[in-house]
Ligand binder design. Structure first.
Ligand SMILES: [Zn+2]
Ligand SMILES: [Zn+2]
Length: 346
């Protein structure tokens, strides 16, 4: 039996264990992918620490994956060994009404890689063939891994907000997702793109990739600064990528008349809302955005191929699988100059 190295979560609250497990066998509609890069996401910390529930233990974590096709099930067409692919992390049924209408992130049979089924912190992973999106050699594997979540998640959120030409967009939280949210807002035609974060190095990075203004709440009065930037009217769209009641509240407060707030950060706590002042009087919308859709992938890959998306600043650290817990620890401690840590495989 062929075996592989994999980082498993065996118990909530414990570090991952790097173990030797059998290489999985693809089903008729699946492909076997040799993982080349897998990003470490804040969600991985939520799973490890039990704030967001994994549905099987032990589980191989990792949902932000790129690699090469290493084997195809007997019904798979259009893919062959060696193809470079990014993987949509929801293994959906492909048959229900939600899947059929392009809302595959609503598929109630969806299983997420690294949360419900084994993921990409391993030498090999199995996914349905329709989850694989080929990309050319011009995109390195670590950047192609980020496409699947760190890019696709804010892309989906900004698509939900339906950013119009010239609108102002506030991005709260400039980490692995925020750096891409800034760029995507620009591509979608936003006028002002305002980055907000507590770290000045993150804000510098946001300005480098196209933000038009930066706010550091440690130093700036957020309300005054937003008013100054937007001529007193507030932003059209605010995207919250952190998941704290205070930043969700800030996002809502920064939007103006008819403003849209998109909550992407995982926040299991309650946020106080005054429906009359916060919603009715200002006709504001507060919406959630979860995951992404298959349909988002070809668009994002094309933006990366055309270099409209600059992914060259996105991977701040590369680590081998054996150092995975070091990576998770760095993310937990919010190490300086950390954008995205990617586990890479030779
Ligand atoms: Zn993630
Ligand atoms: Zn479905």
């Amino acid at each position: 039996m062929k075996t592989m190295q994999a980082a498993q979560l065996t118990e909530i609250g414990k570090p991952l264990e790097v173990v030797e497990v059998p290489v999985p066998e693809p089903g008729a509609e699946d492909i076997l992918v040799r993982v080349r890069a897998a990003g470490i996401c804040s969600s991985d910390l939520h799973y490890q620490e039990g704030r967001s529930e994994v549905t099987k233990l032990p589980i191989i974590q990792g949902h932000e994956i790129s690699g090469e096709v290493a084997g195809c099930g007997k019904n798979v067409e259009g893919l062959k060994g060696g193809d470079r692919v990014s993987l949509f992390y929801l293994a959906t049924c492909g048959k229900c009404m939600m899947c059929a209408t392009g809302n595959d992130n609503y598929c109630d049979k969806a299983k997420m890689l690294g949360k419900n089924i084994d993921g990409g912190f391993a030498e090999f992973v199995i996914v349905p063939a329709r989850n694989a999106f080929p990309f050319p050699e011009t995109i390195p594997f670590p950047q192609a891994a980020l496409i699947t979540d760190a890019v696709a998640t804010p892309f989906h959120a900004l698509k939900r907000a339906a950013v119009q030409t010239g609108e102002s967009v506030l991005i709260i939280g400039i980490g692995g997702l925020g750096i891409h949210a800034v760029q995507i807002a620009k591509i979608m035609g936003a006028g002002q793109v305002i980055a907000m974060d507590l770290e000045d190095d993150k804000l510098d990075l946001a300005l480098k990739v196209g933000a038009t203004a930066a706010i550091n709440p440690k130093r700036d009065n957020v309300e005054d600064k937003i008013a100054a930037i937007t001529g007193g009217i507030g932003v059209n769209v605010a995207v919250e990528l952190i998941g704290l009641p205070i930043t969700i509240r800030q996002a809502i407060d920064c939007t103006g008349l008819g403003g849209r707030t998109v909550v992407v950060g995982i926040c299991p706590d309650e946020v106080i809302l005054n429906p009359y002042h916060d919603l009715l009087l200002r006709e504001r919308t507060i919406m959630g955005s979860a995951d992404q859709c298959r349909a988002d992938f070809p668009v994002i890959i094309e933006m990366a191929v055309q270099k409209r998306l600059d992914l060259s600043h996105s991977v701040s650290h590369e680590l081998p699988l054996k150092d995975i817990n070091k990576g998770l620890e760095m993310l937990k401690k919010k190490d300086q100059n950390l954008v995205r840590i990617v586990v890479t495989f030779p």
